[in-house]
Design a protein around this ligand. Structure first.
Ligand code: SF4
Ligand code: SF4
Length: 412
């Protein structure tokens, strides 16, 4: 669990047994070999005098963490490593780490839907400029967009963000990627929900960014503001709250801990967190009949997002769902799941390191002969699409909802 709530101190950092279990599994250590970039290295620093007056170099060490959770998963002392890292970041200067303005801009935009819509429109206009080289990472990232998003009333219709949050149906937290950048994911989710639950989705208008980006950057105030907005958006309804993004899922589940010290919001936050369901687990609960048939002999590599892999919840649901697709096989990398190196804002600050981490995952994936990579996390989707695009690899990258919608009733 991420552990979002209580303030921590260097004392907890000093509980580290220095066993090194976390070092062996850390994706950053694997590509850099630098002890100072591991959980053990940072926990040591937290207990030194340097923590009282963090220098730019000190802050940079704490910025170079994906918050993937691999270290916490093996730590014999069960230390809340991600929470300690985020708490350290909350005391840093506004412009800590590499490319701080870039990271700060993305956080601001994610927190303000109107800004995000405008940026998407600008991006689409830019994409049409032939001056952007064909293999530019920017072009590849912009090519992820499905089409020009509508604004105002039209946007509400297109994204089905409904005016009546208490209406009957499956409550749906859409998330920024599916709402603004790749509405086809939301459309496929709606279609599958309609098909297997018999009802439609209800998407309260006031919902916004889950707040994970703000929390990861140590901006607790903004994370709390966004969490309150989402809790209120779904307060008029009961029943499960479905989300199609694994990272949003992991963060929404943690709202209870975010408000652990707040008597006014704690119960409401706990109630909300209990309602949250990840797409694959929700679909498995609906128990869809075997109606999925792969259009070709697909070899599916399911990329397991760290936010699900180390959350301890429903880790097997995506594979269980994909196994229901007739005519497709699931392939696994030889050494098991890899981190893709995206890590949200981490990639914006340290793209070269993110690429080196991705290269390992990519090499392992290509060895399996996969024809499609399926993953349910917004960040992982972006990383795989741009990474495979740059390498001109003939492998599609899809959200599970899009893959399953493609496989639905293929014969009819
Ligand atoms: S959270 Fe991930 S990247 Fe950060 S120290 Fe732990 S294993 Fe390394
Ligand atoms: S696994 Fe835990 S106890 Fe061991 S070195 Fe890492 S942080 Fe310290």
């Amino acid at each position: 669990m991420l552990g979002h709530g209580l303030p921590l101190t260097g004392r907890q950092g000093r509980q580290c047994a220095k066993c090194g279990s976390c070092t062996a599994v850390c994706p950053v250590y694997r590509v850099t070999g630098r002890e100072s970039l591991t959980a053990r290295g940072r926990l040591h620093l937290l207990g030194t005098e340097l923590a009282a007056r963090p220098s730019a170099a000190y802050e940079d060490l704490f910025a170079q963490c994906l918050l993937c959770g691999a270290c916490e998963n093996v730590c014999p002392r069960q230390l809340p490593i991600r929470r300690l890292t985020v708490e350290a970041r909350s005391r840093f200067s506004f412009l800590y780490g590499r490319h701080p303005l870039r990271r700060s801009l993305v956080r601001s935009v994610l927190a303000r839907p109107v800004l995000l819509e405008r940026l998407v429109k600008t991006g689409l206009a830019l994409e049409r400029l032939v001056l952007i080289p064909r293999d530019s990472g920017l072009r590849l990232k912009l090519a992820l967009l499905d089409g020009e998003p509508a604004t105002g009333a039209a946007a509400q219709q297109e994204t089905a963000i409904g005016p009546d949050p208490a209406a009957a149906g499956v409550q749906y937290f859409v998330g920024c990627l599916a709402r603004y950048l790749q509405p086809s994911i939301a459309d496929a989710t709606r279609r599958l929900v309609r098909r297997f639950s018999g009802g439609s989705t209800v998407e309260p208008r006031r919902q916004g960014c889950c707040g994970l980006a703000a929390w990861s950057a140590g901006d607790r105030e903004e994370a709390v503001r966004l969490a309150k907005q989402n809790i209120e958006a779904f307060a008029a309804s009961t029943g499960p709250v479905l989300t199609s993004c694994v990272s949003c899922f992991a963060h929404l589940k943690q709202y209870a801990e975010l408000f652990a010290d707040d008597p006014e919001w704690r119960e409401e936050a706990e109630r909300f967190s209990r309602r949250v369901r990840e797409f694959s687990a929700f679909m498995v609960e609906l128990d869809p009949a075997p109606l999925f048939r792969s259009p070709g002999r697909e070899r599916i590599l399911y990329h397991e997002p760290c936010h699900l892999r180390f959350s301890g919840e429903n880790r097997e649901a995506p594979r269980a769902l994909l196994r229901r697709v007739e005519g497709a096989v699931i392939v696994e990398p030889e050494e098991g799941p890899h981190c893709c190196g995206q890590g949200g804002l981490f990639y914006l600050g340290y793209p070269e390191m993110g690429d080196r981490i991705f290269s390992r995952a990519c090499e392992a994936a290509l060895k399996t002969g996969a024809t499609v990579v399926v993953t349910g996390c917004s960040g992982c989707l972006l990383q795989w699409r741009s990474g495979l695009g740059v390498r001109h690899a003939p492998v599609r990258v899809l959200h599970p909802a899009l893959f399953l919608a493609d496989c639905l009733d293929i014969d009819s």
